[in-house]
Every structure is written in C-alpha cells, then in structure tokens.
Design a protein around this ligand. Sequence first.
Ligand code: IPE
Ligand code: MG
Length: 236
Amino acid sequence: MDGNGRWARRRHLPRVAGHRAGVRAIRPVMEACDRAGVHILTLYAFSTENWSRPRHEVAALMQLFGETIDSEVDELDREGVQIRVLGERERLSDRLRDKVASAEERTSRNTRAVLNVAINYGGRGEIVAAVRELASRGMDLTQLDESMLSRALYTAGLPDPDLIIRTAGEMRISNFLLWQAAYAELFVTETLWPEFGETALTEALRSFSSRERKFGTVPEAVPQPLVDALHASRAG
Ligand code: IPE
Ligand code: MG
C-alpha cells in the first residue's frame, strides 16, 4: 500500500492524513476482491524498515492500526473474514498486540475470505524466524525442506500469492513475501494507494489473466516433442 505520503503532499496535507486516506481505501478494495472471486488478500501495512520513519509518524501509524482493528473487526467477523497479522509482534505495544490477538482469535473460524495484514513484517526476518522456530522445536535442520519451512512461515497453511500489486510506481519488492512470491505475477501501477479502487484492481486482474504462467516450466503451447527433447537435454 504505497503512496500515502505522496497523496497527502499533493493535497498539502500532513502525511498522516495520507495514511488515514489509505485506511479508507481498504474496504472498497476488499469488496471488489470479493466480487472478483479473490478470497485471500494481503496488505503490506508496515515493514520492519518503517520503524526508521519519524517517531510521530510511526506513533500515528500504530495508533491507526489499533483504531482500525477496533472499528472494523465486528463487520469483518460478520462478513466471515478471517484476520491474520503477519509479522514480528514483540516490537508492537502490548495494547496493539492484544488487539491483534483478539481479532485473530475472534475471526479464526471464518471461512469466506482471509485478510492478512503485514505489520512489522519483513520477508528476510520471516524466514529467519521460521528457521529459529523449527530449531527451537528440536527439529533436525539438516533435514529441512521447502514444505517444512513454508509451514513455519507466518502464512502457514495459505497458498502462495498469485499476484502482487505494488501501488505508487516503485519497481521493487521491498522485502515483501520473499519466499511466497517465488512465482507470483507482479503488477506495478502508478496509482497511489489512497486512490486504488475497483477500477485499478480490475486493470491489475485483467493484466494478470493475460499472463502465461509457467512456474519455471516450458509453455503449454510448445509441441510435446520439443518439451520431451528439452527435458532430455536437461536430464543429460
Ligand atoms: C505507504 O505510504 C504506507 C506505509 C508504509 C505505512 P508511504 O508513507 O510510503 O507513502 P510515500 O511513499 O511517502 O508516498
Ligand atoms: Mg513509500
């Protein structure tokens, strides 16, 4: 969800007003996802690197996360949305951590959709935390494989993302879902997050559906003899 600051600057508003506008953009996007049949949405709200922003901005964001959980959890629960927070929680305030835990617990049996919110999230940190967690359970790490590691990530039990949308034009992954994004399609739009809505989402989905996803293999359109030859040459 990038571009809140630029949105505010263009309006001569404080950055925090941009973050508030960013929160208001979430519900229409969730509803548009529901209509489009997208039932798992992950929002990158705050990265492990975002702590280095000015203290008042960090405080305002943390405040906003708490307020948003308070104001939205009832409706999300009624709608059957399961809320999951991805990220390292130790650094969050006790109050926010409690709100997160109770929102997760309350919505844990919901099955209509999953809303992941990444707060104090970093992809590298997530992988390190997962390996540490496995080690602390006494697992023999010489036997570690991809599925074990996947199951120790914050996204345990969820499929990998099909599409990653980055708003506000930056062509970077910025430590987002590094492991899970291995075969995700990327879509970068100039639209700033507070202005991202159903129109922009539809554009992203249309682009996604025109892609040919190969997952590292050869395209299906390639004649089978050629596929066999390619495999044979790789095997050799
Ligand atoms: C994204 O908007 C929101 C958070 C990282 C919390 P930015 O605050 O990064 O907006 P820009 O990049 O300054 O426009
Ligand atoms: Mg930014």
